[in-house]
Design a protein around this ligand. Sequence first.
Ligand code: PFF
Length: 463
Amino acid sequence: MAVQQQTGKRAHWGSKMGFILAAAGSAVGLGNIWKFPYVTGENGGGLFVIICVACVFLVGIPIMAAEILIGRRGQGSPITAYENLRGNKSLWKLLGWVGVVAGFIILSYYVVVAGWTLDYLFKAITGAFWAVETDQIPPMFDTLYASAFWNVLWMVVFMAFTIGVVIGGVQAGIERWNGVLMPGLFLMLIGLLIYATTLDGFGEAMRFVFYPDLSRFKGTSSVLAAVGQAFFSLSLGMGAMLTYGSYLKKDSDILRSAAIISVLDIIVALMAACILFPVIFTFGFEPSAGPGLVFKTLPVIFAQLPGGQLVAIVFFLLLIFAAVTSSVSLLEVVGSTVMERLGWGRRPAVLASGLVIAIFGLLSALSGSTLSGVKLLGDRSIFDSFDFLAAELMLPLGGIGIAVFAGWVLQKKETKDEFDQGSKSPQLFPFWRVLVQFVAPAAVALVFVQTILSLFSGSDVVH
Ligand code: PFF
């Protein structure tokens, strides 16, 4: 009943393309351009990339389709959707809670990294990279990370912008912004990729990114990182795709949409790696430099490129756009939950959620300065601990829950009915269901147990 009652009132995407772009906007973000290259560098390249791609196909696409399906069937933000599907006494709504908490945590540090991109845009506009010798550029990032003032300021600015988009609503805010920013992002990436192919280090970089060199591979820890990366990059396991799926009309093909979104996501991640590594090898940087990689290396090319200032400005602007389209989806999960659970209007719900998350985000913003001595999980800083907790523990755990819910808790008839609506390939249903029932949860569970064991054995397997 609840499902029927809400269908009429619920906001919808204006078009199928609008949904694909918004969901791809959620998936494509700092995870692709900032995180994927540095995690690839830390994990030795080639084989890690292949495992990431395999994770996307075997685990990512099936779970994304499951999430969208649960959202469209459940017609609600995560907690409400599970309640609508299995009653409000059902423990499955805990899965919705885990998702909302994960979204809260991720957004709290995501806005800090996004803030760094604002700082770099500012540096590009003011010509900071051109005023110094090339070797002075990478240390600028360390200086920024150690500055409490700038981290907090940029975080607040970025959060304010995110709030502004989400307050606009599903069509006039989220869909409209994604429709402009995503195509722009693609064009810019293509331009930079063409430039990267002209660099001396391009060949070596391609070997690093695509050639599976076993001697550089780090074993289990790299597999864990690949699964964590796939979940984070595809925005899976916490209910972002579920929430976006709840705005999807019945004439959209769920599996096909999940496949398109995932393939777009992996293409952008690979493009980012193919842009960055040639620079890294050409200018002799360390591929395993960690989170500062994008910020330390890219400005170096910009500084040498004719017309580089304009390219730098456009690049950081687009990096900001990629970050906005993702942070918007994170805020939509928390904001729509507040709206539905507390019966608040969109404006107060989104504003309050954004403010509370920004206050919590101070912990991450100060993690390189005032709070730099604080270690939480193992010897991780606050920032790294949140990233580890959310991306490597909560998202995979949520992913297992989503797969089990869609594969085992929902009846086959129910799932098939939803899957088939709008589907151009209903014959793929049994294939998808096997992946969701067995392959995806088993693979993620295996990795998850490893992560937990490594946490207790004290060995730092991930970083
Ligand atoms: N997928 C985003 C990225 O790669 O940057 C991050 C993200 C957004 C994770 C939304 C989770 C999420 F729900």
